[in-house]
Design a protein around this ligand. Structure first.
Ligand SMILES: Cc1cc2nc3c(=O)[nH]c(=O)nc-3n(C[C@H](O)[C@H](O)[C@H](O)COP(=O)(O)O)c2cc1C
Length: 107
């Protein structure tokens, strides 16, 4: 399985009201495809970790690339792993401005 982290930049289509919508989609779809992870939004940039079967994570990345609420996706890290780190969370929203908790989770 794969653990992938990316950062991206919010577009004008993004505002705080979209966060619960994103989490609703993520909870529903990630449960169905056994994807776990964490999301941070600092008002300008997103950082997200996705964990799951490699083909499912890659497929979700294609969906995310097409989402008009963000742009400029940059993959920060991609590692083969044996276990989930965010097992309790279909998609956990981590509050905070500093993406360090996600960078730490990649190493
Ligand atoms: C920053 C960001 C993170 C997202 N994370 C997820 C995710 O983890 N899982 C997911 O299914 N959709 C996620 N989405 C939403 C998808 O881009 C897409 O809108 C959604 O999967 C559509 O599914 P739905 O029509 O079933 O709601 C995210 C969107 C953004 C902007």
């Amino acid at each position: 399985m794969l653990r992938l982290m990316y950062v991206s930049t919010a577009t004008a289509e993004m505002n705080d009201a979209e966060i619960p919508r994103i989490l609703e989609s993520a909870t529903r779809n990630n449960t169905a495809s056994d994807i776990r992870g964490a999301l941070m939004f600092n008002g300008v940039n997103f950082a997200q970790i996705l964990e799951g079967e490699t083909d499912k994570v890659e497929a979700l990345m294609e969906t995310l690339k097409a989402d008009p609420r963000h742009m400029g996706i940059v993959i920060i890290g991609k590692v083969e792993v044996d276990d989930y780190r965010f097992d309790d969370w279909t998609m956990r929203l981590i509050e905070g401005l500093n993406f360090d908790p996600l960078f730490q989770a990649m190493v």
